[in-house]
Write a protein that binds this ligand. Structure first.
Ligand SMILES: Nc1nc2c(ncn2[C@@H]2O[C@H](COP(=O)(O)OP(=O)(O)OP(=O)(O)O)[C@@H](O)[C@H]2O)c(=O)[nH]1
Length: 220
């Protein structure tokens, strides 16, 4: 059995930085991992790229040939990946053996892990090749500096959990940029009543019922 992490999260949340830190950590501790680039728009890497979606399809070519903008071209590239699971991906995976550990550095377009089925089908393919897959969801810690941002971050992560149905680890990135770590503490171990009263203070009374439902969900 092989092992895989799908590293996802909003654009700029620190996915590639996480992958390169993980690679360096494993190098130091004498463990072997392979990092895979699944972002057709990526240009520079701080880690050796084991497999690269750009060998299948390149964002610039799609933009030029089909006259698409960056986002449309990226979705086109990911659909091309989906169409090539049995060909390109299967051939690439054949280079890896039992016990290999693959880490997939994914693009940051949130539709990929909210409603578009590409990543879900990608995961199903990995599972069919006997890979044990988990999700690592990166969230910029600047996103949880107040209760409304905290809920927004939780909802984005939750939508990936629902869409992908995999073991799921959330990681707060860029903690070095949080000047007052105490402010973030209450969101790491959320107390429903405290969050609800903070949210109710921010919003008009007609939202109180919705606020209660949201807080019940995120502090579950
Ligand atoms: N200070 C600080 N900066 C970070 C950290 N992690 C990432 N960054 C910076 O945040 C920016 C985005 O980081 P990336 O790792 O490229 O983020 P990404 O999620 O791969 O980005 P996309 O592929 O564009 O979605 C870069 O300038 C990084 O140097 C961190 O822990 N601390």
């Amino acid at each position: 059995m092989g092992y895989a992490q799908l590293v996802i999260g909003p654009a700029g949340s620190g996915k590639s930085t996480y992958c390169s830190s993980l690679y360096r950590h494993c190098e130091t501790t004498g463990r072997s991992i392979q990092i895979v680039n699944l972002d057709p728009a990526a240009e520079q890497f701080d880690y050796p790229v084991a497999m690269d979606i750009r060998e299948l399809i390149c964002l610039d070519d799609v933009m030029e040939e089909l006259g698409l903008g960056p986002n449309g071209a990226l979705m086109y590239c990911m659909e091309e990946l989906e169409d090539n699971l049995d060909d390109w991906l299967t051939d690439e995976l054949d280079n890896y053996m039992d016990d290999d550990y693959l880490v997939f550095d994914c693009p940051g377009q949130i539709e990929l892990f909210s409603h578009v089925p590409v990543l879900r089908n990608f995961v199903e393919h990995l599972k069919s090749k006997n890979f044990n897959v988990c999700v690592v969801y990166l969230l910029d810690s600047q996103f949880i500096t107040d209760v409304t941002k905290f809920i927004s971050g939780c909802m984005a992560s939750l939508s990936a959990m629902v869409q992908l149905e995999l073991p799921h680890v959330n990681i707060l990135s860029k903690m070095d940029l949080v000047t007052n770590k105490r402010d973030i503490g209450k969101y790491l171990n959320p107390q429903g009543q405290v969050l609800l009263s903070e949210l109710n203070q921010r919003m008009a009374p007609q939202f109180f019922k919705l606020n209660k439902a949201l807080i019940d969900l995120v502090s579950f």
